[in-house]
Design a protein around this ligand. Structure first.
Ligand code: HEM
Length: 282
């Protein structure tokens, strides 16, 4: 039995060597190495299609790659044109990714309590290498994201891309806009400086007038809303902007809203594909 399998192995090796000799004669050293690499099990487990440049292999390259397959295999000619989309959706997404990364860097140094928050940010700027740059990347990036998301919405409106079949994605977009503004608003309180403190004081005071849920809003009184159980109280974790409000803003800003906005972004991008890619040129 063992003798038989040894004979078989020897035969295989002899055949392989014969093949290599023929390849060397036919294609030279470089050509033979190329050919053997392309035929190898390892190469074929990575790349499941040929190398030749045809529409079919181009498409296969995209759909068989776990990163590239997130993109459509084919796009309309006008879709990547800057003067159609201004890349505003793409830039908004890029800013979100960059804010997530430099936001995590800020989290390493920040304590969400009223005694430390302000000084943590000052220390971050002046004691941590590149801290000033990182903090400003986060702050300016956040302002820019709010601006670009508005421009994106304006472009979508001007190209009529809210019309069927894209009306659902417009709705998803409205949620993304609100979440972007909430990210910006909750982040504003975190440095615990005068600007953030009073902006959030004014902003949350407006919540008193929320219909049904605010104690000064329409039907609030009928629903037994008071300053101690309404939506403003829930946002602040109390009736004043203090330590609880700072902690709540921190949790929403760093965990709650980023998770929800990521889910909506995934739906938004998936929907663009399902709606047949970017809308047609006007
Ligand atoms: C965080 C916010 C958002 C991100 C990251 C985002 C991202 C994107 C991206 C990358 C595209 C592909 C085309 C392009 O770059 O313009 C797109 C398309 C689209 N977005 Fe957004 N978007 C956001 C918010 C919004 C808002 C606020 C609206 C509207 C209320 C909206 C509605 C749409 C629609 C309808 C399309 C399809 C457009 C077309 O087919 O021409 N998006 N979005």
């Amino acid at each position: 039995m063992a003798n038989n399998s040894n004979k078989k192995n020897n035969l295989n090796i002899r055949e392989m060597l014969k093949e290599i000799r023929e390849l060397l004669k036919e294609k030279g050293v470089f050509g033979a190495i190329m050919e053997l690499t392309l035929r190898s099990q390892v190469w074929r487990s990575f790349f499941r299609h040929g190398l030749e440049d045809t529409p079919k292999t181009r498409m296969q390259t995209i759909i068989s790659n776990s990163f590239l397959h997130l993109h459509p295999a084919k796009v309309k000619r006008h879709a990547p044109l800057f003067n159609y989309t201004w890349c505003m959706g793409g830039i908004t997404f890029f800013l979100f990714l960059s804010l997530t990364i430099n936001g995590v860097a800020l989290m390493f140094y920040y304590h969400p309590n009223v005694n430390d928050a302000y000084w943590d940010m000052k220390d971050f700027e002046y004691q941590v290498p590149f801290g000033l740059l990182l903090r400003n990347l986060h702050r300016w990036g956040a302002h820019l994201m709010v601006i670009t998301v508005w421009f994106h919405m304006f472009r979508v409106f001007m190209t009529g891309s809210y019309k069927p079949p894209r009306e659902f994605n417009w709705g998803v977009g409205v949620v993304l806009l609100v979440l972007t503004l909430l990210l910006s608003f909750t982040g504003y309180l975190l440095p615990w400086d005068q600007l953030g403190f009073w902006a959030v004081t004014v902003g949350t005071n407006m919540a008193r007038a929320t219909p049904l849920l605010g104690h000064e809003g329409p039907f609030g009184e009928q629903l037994s809303m008071t300053a101690y159980n309404d939506i403003r109280f829930a946002l602040l974790g109390g009736s004043l902007v203090g330590g609880n409000a700072l902690l709540r803003a921190y949790v929403w800003h760093c965990i709650g809203i980023p998770i929800v906005i990521s889910i909506f972004m995934i739906v938004h991008f998936w929907r663009i594909r399902k709606d047949g890619g970017i809308s047609g040129k006007l």
